[in-house]
Design a protein around this ligand. Structure first.
Ligand SMILES: [Zn+2]
Length: 193
């Protein structure tokens, strides 16, 4: 009689153990999946030291991107910018898409102006006090490079009434017809597969 009573208890014990272990495995799998998804959503950051940046950039690009400098207004870069047609503007530091000719407008301020970034997630802002009053600095979200400033409510007849006042020196223009853009798109496709 004693043996008969013991068996169901033993079975119950094993069922409980299986339940606990199984539950834990499912939970672990879920957290692993969640953290993988989180990682995929995070942008790949480009981090280089000063010496590496100096090698990659021209002195003027380095001064602006890495030291929050400003290019001379109405310079050659601006004249070139005004002539450019349809295309994409990527970061000179890390080739990330930042702006497009679709959001470009003529603010007559002497620097390339956009009313919005083309890829909002690639552009971030922070407040600086370099001139003694707060201004909203615009930075590349991937390499943390300084791009310029954004001003709001100036009365421009654009969908956002924002002026992203950007240093053209730190933008690389890729015309819509450029084979290099198609090539980089193909590379991306291969990487995704
Ligand atoms: Zn960048």
């Amino acid at each position: 009689m004693k043996k008969v009573r013991k068996k169901p208890l033993l079975i119950l014990f094993f069922i409980t153990i299986i339940g606990i272990v199984g539950g834990k495995l499912i939970a672990d799998n879920k957290t692993e999946k969640e953290s993988a998804e989180k990682q995929a959503n995070q942008r790949k950051q480009v981090i280089m030291d000063d010496e590496q940046w100096k090698k990659k950039l021209s002195p003027e690009q380095y001064r602006i991107l890495r030291k929050a400098g400003t290019e001379r207004p109405f310079g050659d870069v601006y004249k070139e910018f005004k002539k450019q047609g349809g295309g994409t503007y990527v970061c000179a530091g890390c080739d990330t898409e930042l702006f497009s000719s679709k959001e470009k407008f003529d603010s007559k301020c002497g620097w390339p102006s956009f009313y919005d970034p083309s890829k909002a997630k690639n552009v971030k802002t922070s407040v600086d006090y370099h001139l003694g009053y707060p201004r909203t600095e615009v930075l590349c979200a991937v390499c943390d490079g300084h791009l310029g400033h954004v001003f709001t409510g100036e009365g421009f007849d654009t969908p956002t009434d924002k002026r992203y006042c950007i240093n053209g020196t730190v933008l690389k223009f890729i015309p819509d017809s450029s084979p290099s853009l198609k090539k980089s798109e193909e590379i991306k496709k291969v990487e995704e597969e």
